[in-house]
Design a protein around this ligand. Structure first.
Ligand SMILES: NC(=O)c1ccc[n+]([C@@H]2O[C@H](COP(=O)([O-])OP(=O)(O)OC[C@H]3O[C@@H](n4cnc5c(N)ncnc54)[C@H](O)[C@@H]3O)[C@@H](O)[C@H]2O)c1
Ligand SMILES: O=CCCC(=O)O
Length: 411
């Protein structure tokens, strides 16, 4: 992947639309999962366990779970795949990847590079599907040869796959949708919070599962934060073809994505919020381009408060107290990432402990790293990817007991 960095970058921009600089960053991020898990592989240990039965000796072996079905989304056409293939290969599994219908070519390129790198035929397999996706999903989840499904995508599809897996009781990892709260307390460094919120909200045009979805700003700094945030979005972004020099943001993935964004913006406006930047399609660029948008005066009854927008729209909600905002942040069925900015160490510890999410970013809007455990709680799913924990998702623990070993030698 490193040797073919430029080609993979081009493919990602071609089929996903993200600007070249982002695609380049994704290839590095994706390749790093292979590096990380190749380094974890020699550290796969079992345990020796003191038995409660005299004369027995007990140990465990970590074995590969078996053939893995891996289903991934289009928003990171390379990284979502390598985050699963890396640990699966590291422990000794073979994989069948169901490539995203929208971005199949990056997946095929990674499979080709796997073969060129010497991975034997049949170990890394890719299926492409578009119209017949449910049939492919149903085969992967019901075939008894497949022992594990790892899925990244929407909560609705995750629930369906879990149901389908029950017939053959497969091991499961589900990395599902988020609705990340991003909280700015009035003791925060406002400029740093603006930078962090922009990085989190507008990464990949808002199309990541860990993007800030609800930005809560404490009333004392609400006007200052809103004004600085809006200014940066208005002046620093250039939407365009991902191959164009200077383009900071590309199109959304398809018409359903842009319709959802529009629906959230119109709903907020209708309920009294104010669009201060953007708020419209950029039809002159193509059917799927939308202006980076900032909305102030958001309230909890608006759709964006409870649904993942997955697009370039930042809704700013005012709040008064820490207790109130933690309650608002947790008032959702999902719990993937949560962020906050504060300079009070006591508050940092307290709020991190109270947010019902799998990942917390304090004074940063970017938390993704192959070394850190990635995953959610509640209806954002279960299992962890990356880090030392990611490898266990592809293993089963076998216990071995040896009887009749006698007593220890008398001293
Ligand atoms: N938690 C995470 O790590 C993470 C990462 C990226 C995206 N996501 C979530 O993914 C969603 C966006 O992606 P999407 O809209 O493409 O999700 P999606 O669930 O529609 O699709 C994800 C993948 O599942 C496949 N799929 C869809 N229906 C299927 C079926 N019946 N059987 C088998 N496979 C099926 C798709 O073809 C695609 O490959 C968002 O909710 C986002 O938050 C989560
Ligand atoms: O969209 C979800 C995954 C993005 C990431 O790894 O940061």
């Amino acid at each position: 992947m490193v040797e073919n960095h430029d080609d993979l970058t081009t493919l990602i921009t071609l089929e996903n639309g993200k600007p070249l600089a982002d695609a380049k960053g994704e290839v590095t991020y994706a390749a790093n999962f292979f590096e990380w898990f190749s380094e974890e592989a020699p550290r796969i240990y079992g345990d020796t366990i003191p038995s409660s039965v005299p004369g027995n000796r007990v140990w465990t072996i970590k074995e590969p779970v078996g053939v893995c079905g891996l289903i991934t989304p289009w928003n990171f056409p390379a990284a979502m795949i390598t985050r699963k293939v890396g640990p699966a290969l590291a422990v000794g599994c073979t994989v069948v990847c169901k490539a995203p219908g929208e971005t199949p070519f990056t997946a095929l390129a990674i499979a080709e590079l796997a073969h060129r790198a010497g991975i034997p035929p049949g170990v890394v397999n890719v299926i492409t599907a578009l119209d017949n996706t449910p049939e492919v999903g149903s085969t992967l989840t019901s075939d008894p040869v497949i022992r594990k499904i790892s899925f990244t995508g929407s909560t609705a599809v995750g629930k369906l796959l879990m149901k389908q897996c029950s017939g053959t009781l497969k091991k499961l990892s589900l990395e599902l949708g988020g609705n990340a709260p991003f909280i700015v307390f009035d003791d925060a460094d406002v400029d740093a919070a603006v930078t962090g919120a922009i990085a989190s909200k507008f990464r990949s045009s808002g199309q990541t599962c860990v993007c800030a979805n609800r930005i809560y700003v404490q009333r004392g700094i609400y006007d200052e934060f809103s004004q600085k945030f809006a200014e940066q979005v208005k002046n620093n972004f250039r939407v365009g073809n991902g191959f164009e020099e200077g383009a900071t943001h590309g199109p959304l993935i398809h018409h359903r994505a842009i319709e959802k964004v529009e629906q959230h913006v119109r709903d907020a406006e209708k309920k009294g919020a104010k669009v201060v930047v953007g708020g419209h399609r950029l039809e002159s660029l193509g059917p799927n381009f939308y202006e980076p948008t900032v909305i102030t005066g958001m309230t909890p009854d608006m759709a964006m408060a409870s649904e993942e927008t997955f697009g370039p729209v930042a809704g700013l909600f005012p709040f008064d107290t820490e207790e109130e905002v933690v309650k608002l942040a947790n008032a959702t069925q999902v719990g993937l990432a949560g962020y906050f900015f504060s300079r009070d160490i006591h508050r940092c510890v307290r709020v991190a402990e109270h947010l019902e999410v799998g990942m917390v970013g304090i004074n940063t809007g970017l938390i993704s790293d192959p070394a850190s455990p990635f995953g959610g709680v509640k209806e954002s799913g279960f299992g962890r990817e990356g880090s030392l924990y990611g490898i266990g998702e592809y293993q089963v623990t076998k216990m071995v007991t040896v009887g009749g070993m006698g007593k220890p030698l008398q001293k």
